[in-house]
Design a binder for this molecule. Sequence first.
Ligand code: COA
Ligand code: AMP
Length: 626
Amino acid sequence: MNNYPHEYESSLQQPQRFWLQQARRLHWFNEPSEILSQRDDGTADWFVDGELNMAFCALDYHVDNGRGEQTALIYDSPVTQTKERYSYRELRDQVAQFAGLLKKYHVKKGDRVVIYMPMIPQAAIAMLACARLGAVHSVVFGGFAPHELAVRIEDAEPKLVITASCGVEVNKVLPYKPFVDKAIELAEVKPRHVVVWQREMCEAELQAPRDVDWQQALAEVTPAECATMKSTDPLYILYTSGTTGKPKGVVRDTGGYATALRYSMNVVYGIQPGQVMFTASDVGWVVGHSYIVYGPLLAGATTVLYEGKPVRTPDAGAFWRVCAEYGVNVLFSAPTAFRAIKKEDPEARELKHFDLSKLERIYMAGERLDPPTLEWTQEVTGKPVYDHWWQTESGWPICANPVGIAEYPIKPGSSTLPVPGYDIRILAPDSSELDANEQGAVAIKLPLPPGCLTTIWRNPERFAAGYLREFKGYYSSGDGGYKDDDGYVFIMGRTDDVINVAGHRLSTGEMEEILAMDSAVAECAVIGVSDDLKGQVPVGLVIVKDGVTVDAQELSARLVQRVRDEIGAVACLRQIHVVPRLPKTRSGKILRRLLRQLADGDTQVSIPSTIDDPSCVDELKEQLQR
Ligand code: COA
Ligand code: AMP
C-alpha cells in the first residue's frame, strides 16, 4: 500500500476537493459549500459557511451512533491511586451538565474561559463543556506561576476561570487555588467567577460570591445543549512562547481543526474507532488539546488521561504498565520521557513484566527525537517508533510517517515526510529554495491546511510579523532544517530564541527580561544548553552593574528564584554565571549562538568575524564548561 504520493499531490493540487472529502467524515449541522476562502495575506479560512459543534462531533455523535457504552476516557492517576473509566454517554452527560453550570454563571458563545487544571478528567470535561456552549477556552499549563497566568488572563479577558484545588506532582501536593487568587489579584482584568473542583487531598478556601464549588453547584443546574458554531468560530486560544516576554495567543478555529484532527487520526496515527490512544503529555500543551482530548474522541477511540510521570510514579515501568493494563494501541510522548525511562532502567527490566502485544506504534514529538533514544525505544519494545514534527501553531503534525496510507522506512533524525496539506520548502534568507541536503529555514507555502492557527488573539499584526513577513507567500516555522534526496525532512532546531525544555516550549527572551529587572544586573543573556535528559536547559549569564558589590552565589540564587516565581517551576533555570563580559558584535548584539557553542563544549566553535572583542571567548569558555 502506498497512497501517499497520490494523496499528497491531491491535497496540494485540489485542496478544496481533498479537504471537503475529509470534512465529510464529521457530522456538520450544515455542511460547508465554500471550502477555502483565501485572505489577502495568502492565509485562508476553511469551510466558512459550514456549521458544527466540536463537542457534538466528539461525544454526542458517537452516543447517537452506537458508541454510548464504549469507554471514551480512562483516567489513570498513580499519584492519587485512582483509576476511572468514562463511557461516551457518561462523558457526554457530564460535559452537558457542566456546560449547564457555566451557562448558569453567564458564560455564552464567544466568551473566554481560562482553565488552569491538573491532569484530571475534569480538565477535559471543562474544555468540552466550553466547546459545547461555544465559549473559547484557554488552558494554562499547571506548572506556570501566577504571573504567567495573570498575563494570559489579561490578554484573553475570560468571563470565568476554572481550576482545581490542587495538583499532585509525584509526591508533592501543589495548591492551585492560591495561584489563581494571586493571578487575579495581579491581572487588571477580573473574571466574574472562579469554579473550583475540590480534591480531597487539599480543599481550597472559597470566597463567595466569586468562587463557585464545582461539585455543589452542579446539582442545581440543567444540562446545556450544543451551540451551533460557524466553522471559523474560535474553539480555543492557546498561549505559547515567542521571542519576547509576552506569550502569543494562538487562535484555533472549529471546523478546520476538527477536520484536520479527524484526518490525522487515520493518516498519521492509524487509529481505528474503538482503539486506545495514550498520549502522555498535559492538557496545558497543544499535544494534550489535540491528542488527549479532541483527536481520539473525534475518531471514536478511547483516550488515556494519565496523571503521573514516566518515572518515579512509581518507577520506570509506569508507561508500560498503562499500555498493558488498557490495551493501548498507540503511545505518544516526548523524547525526554523516554530518555528519563532509559536513564532509570537502561535494560528495560520493568518492561518485561508487561504484555505489550496490543501496542502497535510509539510516537514522539515536542523536540527533536535524538537517534539514540529512537534506537533504544525501538530495541527494547520491538515496536516502530515514529518521530513527527509539529508546533502549537500547526495544531497537528506537519511532518510524519503517514502510516495510515503508506509504509515508509524510518530514518533516525528525520520526522519523515510532509503530511498531506503541508507544502514544505527549505528557504535561504533571500527566499530562494534550497537544494536537497542544504540546511535553511523550514517554511510552509500558503495557504496552510485546515487546523493551523488562524491568527494571534487580538493581535493580527503579531501574526503577520511573526509568521508571514519573513518569506512572502510562506509561513515561517521558526525551525531550521533540510530535506534529503528522498524528500525526508530533518528538523534541526529553532532559529529564534525559543528553547525546548523537557518538551516544554519556553522563551529565553522572557527569562532575560526577568533577570534584567534585578537591580544588580547590568546586562544578561539566557541560552539553551544541551542536556542529556531534558534536551535543553536554560542557562543565564549576567554582568553586574559597575559599582555594585554582590556575592555571585547569592545573586545566582536570587535570580533563579525570581524566574521560578515569575514563570514557574517548569522554567528549570537552575544555573546562572556571573561574567565580566559577554561576546557581542560591533553593533552590540549578543552572540548567543557562540555562547551556546561554548557552553555545549563544541570542539569546532566558529568565532564570527563580526565579534567586537574576541579576547572574551577563552575566559567565557573556561567559566561555562567548569
Ligand atoms: N503543575 C505544577 N508543577 C509542575 C507541573 C504541573 N503540571 N509539571 C511540572 N511541574 C514542576 C515539577 O514539579 C518540577 O518542579 P520542581 O523544580 O519543584 O521539582 C518542575 O516543574 C520541572 O518539572 P519537569 O520538567 O516535569 O521535570 P521533572 O524533573 O519533574 O521530570 C521528566 C522530568 C522528563 C520526567 C518530565 O519532564 C516529563 O515527563 N516530561 C514529559 C514531557 C511532556 O509531557 N511534554 C509535553 C509535550 S509532548
Ligand atoms: P510546541 O509549540 O510547544 O509544540 O513546540 C514546537 C517546537 O518544538 C517546534 O517549533 C520545534 O522546534 C520543536 N519540535 C517539536 N516536534 C519536533 C520534532 N519532532 N523534531 C524536532 N523539533 C520538534
